[in-house]
Design a protein around this ligand. Structure first.
Ligand SMILES: *[C@@H]1O[C@H](CO)[C@@H](O)[C@H](O)[C@H]1NC(C)=O
Ligand SMILES: *[C@@H]1O[C@H](CO)[C@@H](O)[C@H](O)[C@H]1NC(C)=O
Ligand SMILES: *[C@@H]1O[C@H](CO)[C@@H](O)[C@H](O)[C@H]1NC(C)=O
Ligand SMILES: *[C@@H]1O[C@H](CO)[C@@H](O)[C@H](O)[C@H]1NC(C)=O
Ligand SMILES: *[C@@H]1O[C@H](CO)[C@@H](O)[C@H](O)[C@H]1NC(C)=O
Ligand SMILES: *[C@@H]1O[C@H](CO)[C@@H](O)[C@H](O)[C@H]1NC(C)=O
Ligand SMILES: CC(=O)N[C@H]1CO[C@H](CO)[C@@H](O)[C@@H]1O
Length: 256
């Protein structure tokens, strides 16, 4: 009892000490937080019977500043802006990474790994999302567009995604390049994907199970340069006047 009373008293009587304490904690608050990444690392399977998920993650140590870890980039204030680990041999659940801990994350690139589970819906500030060539399953979450209105480059190709391309994707008004090729997507292509994406330049949805007609609204996508829709069950025509805008259209565009 006596020691704790004394500690309190000395803290109260020592404003200098209090000042030090508060400045230390605010400095920590500015740095990238390591624990969400370390917690995710601990959920990944070790590679090749070793005890590490990937040699790339050897630098992910609490003793080192998070912003110096491989694959991690930060802004000037120390917030994580990029996680890029293409082909790092990662095996494990993508959802085990708590994206809510990275409000400044603009780029996530995990192409060519073996992450599993569903596409996380709580990624808020992403502009570049490349999850191509993994083993992700489930549907494209309906809540994704509402969370990431600034998305420009979305690559979910070569996974095991099912279900429709939700019309809410069209809420991502900045979209430039959209790639969902080589999944198991079904349903129709909603016209809003052509009318609401004024910047769309590349639209790749080949090798899925999409059905129905090609929406005539495709003529509203005036910046479209590359369109791949083959290996689906789609029918319809691409307006001739628009084909002349697309250098690659005639070569790339074919139907089953
Ligand atoms: C990816 O992980 C899944 C599930 O753990 C496994 O079935 C599959 O064989 C893995 N693929 C590769 C290429 O390692
Ligand atoms: C973020 O989403 C994942 C699943 O996608 C979930 O497991 C996690 O609890 C969510 N985190 C927060 C803070 O909402
Ligand atoms: C992700 O990384 C791969 C390999 O470096 C690269 O080819 C690809 O363009 C990157 N994706 C994005 C969206 O930057
Ligand atoms: C995935 O698509 C984006 C555009 O959406 C592109 O920048 C990136 O290079 C693609 N990644 C791979 C591995 O091809
Ligand atoms: C779409 O993703 C595949 C990889 O799965 C890649 O080969 C292709 O180049 C991508 N398209 C674009 C426009 O990046
Ligand atoms: C699509 O284009 C047509 C003709 O250019 C135009 O009349 C129409 O308003 C456009 N629709 C949308 C939703 O942008
Ligand atoms: C480096 C590495 O292991 N890459 C693998 C990532 O996962 C994909 C698909 O699961 C494999 O094809 C890559 O070889």
């Amino acid at each position: 009892m006596a020691p704790s009373t004394r500690t309190q008293a000395s803290l109260l009587l020592n404003p200098f000490l209090l000042l030090i304490c508060s400045s230390v904690s605010s400095a920590i608050g500015q740095e990238a937080r390591p624990w969400p990444l370390l917690r995710w690392k601990s959920t990944l399977s070790p590679a090749n019977g070793g005890d590490q998920p990937s040699s790339l993650l050897l630098s992910w140590l609490p003793a080192k500043p998070t912003c110096s870890w491989s694959g991690i980039r930060c802004d000037a204030t120390g917030h994580v802006t990029e996680i890029s680990l293409p082909g790092a041999g990662l095996h494990g659940m993508l959802g085990a990474l708590n994206f809510a801990a990275f409000p400044a994350l603009t780029k996530l690139n995990l192409t060519g790994n073996n992450t599993t589970g569903a596409i996380p819906a709580n990624v808020t500030s992403l502009m570049y999302l490349d999850l191509s060539g993994n083993s992700l399953s489930g549907e494209i979450p309906n809540t994704l567009p509402a969370m990431v209105r600034g998305m420009r480059y979305l690559n979910l190709s070569s996974n095991r995604l099912r279900g429709p391309m939700p019309r809410w994707l069209s809420d991502m008004r900045e979209m430039r390049s959209f790639n969902v090729s080589n999944n198991k997507l079904t349903g129709e292509i909603h016209p809003a994907l052509f009318t609401n994406w004024p910047e769309i330049a590349s639209f790749h949805a080949q090798t899925n199970s999409l059905a129905g007609g090609i929406p005539p609204e495709i003529s509203n996508a005036t910046k479209l340069q590359s369109l791949l829709l083959y290996n689906n069950r789609l029918y319809g025509q691409i307006p001739v006047e628009q084909q002349s805008h697309w250098e690659n259209a005639a070569r790339n565009h074919k139907f089953d």
